[in-house]
Design a protein around this ligand. Structure first.
Ligand SMILES: [Mg+2]
Length: 242
């Protein structure tokens, strides 16, 4: 038994922060990357990246390049876009994104990937109930992180950062990546549930007209998720098994 609207036949899961406890790794990698950049550019008194405020507002859940651009714009900094071929030493949106990604990979190799047990129980209950499931993540490292967390077999269908770039899909908060996930599962948005921890992702679910957008509150801030468009807020997906 799942506590979801009766019309739901498909479940679309964000990965970082919903299935895997990797949001903290992303926040740390963003902070190290941005703080070094701000010090280089503005000097030692530059106001550092604030994980509490800046992470949720400017980068969480977004495509890497959108995160770089949106956070730096909040500090009045505009970088050339560059191209996906840029390296981590290039002072471009893609280059700064590469630095952050290299740090994420380092941290994940160092610490491994923890999954949320309540989320795994919920996913297994959903699959057992005959629901179609997919992962919809902005991360270009989705394959690697799902494998490291032991979740790869449960999610043959993925809309990840690689597919998003290849198909030219608009990133969250646009609903397009979630809509593509529903399409790949053969269900209309009205028969699909979205599970998200990020403000941008919840906004994507809300904008897509899904049967229900579930906000997963990992920081004790349910109101922010509701305001972004979550229909239901839980602190763990286990609460929806009942
Ligand atoms: Mg997330």
């Amino acid at each position: 038994m799942l506590r979801l609207p009766g019309e739901v036949r498909a479940c679309l899961f964000d990965m970082d922060g919903v299935l895997t406890n990797t949001a903290t790794v992303h926040a740390e990698a963003w902070k190290r990357t941005f703080d070094a950049y701000l010090r280089d550019r503005l000097g030692p008194d530059a106001e550092p990246f604030d994980v509490e405020r800046d992470y949720g507002t400017y980068v969480d859940g977004k495509k890497r390049e959108d995160g770089v651009r949106d956070f730096l714009a909040s500090r009045g900094i505009e970088l050339p876009e560059g191209t996906p071929a840029d390296g981590p030493d290039d002072d471009t949106v893609f280059g700064v994104g590469k630095r952050k990604n290299a740090l994420v990979m380092e941290l994940i190799d160092e610490r491994g990937v923890d999954v949320y047990p309540g989320s795994v129980r919920f996913v297994d209950a959903a699959i057992a109930a005959g629901m179609a499931v997919a992962v919809v993540s902005s991360s270009a490292n989705t394959d690697r992180i799902l494998a490291a967390g032991g979740l790869a077999d449960r999610f043959p269908i993925r809309v990840d950062g690689v597919r998003i770039a290849a198909e030219g899909i608009a990133g969250k908060p646009a609903p397009d990546s979630y809509l593509r996930g529903a399409e790949l599962l053969g269900e209309p948005p009205g028969a699909a549930a979205v599970f998200e921890d990020a403000l941008a992702g919840v906004a994507a679910g809300h904008a897509g007209g899904f049967a229900v957008t579930v906000g997963v509150d990992r920081h004790g801030e349910p109101e922010a998720l509701r305001q972004a468009g979550a229909d239901v807020v839980v602190s763990d997906l286990e609460e929806l098994i009942g």
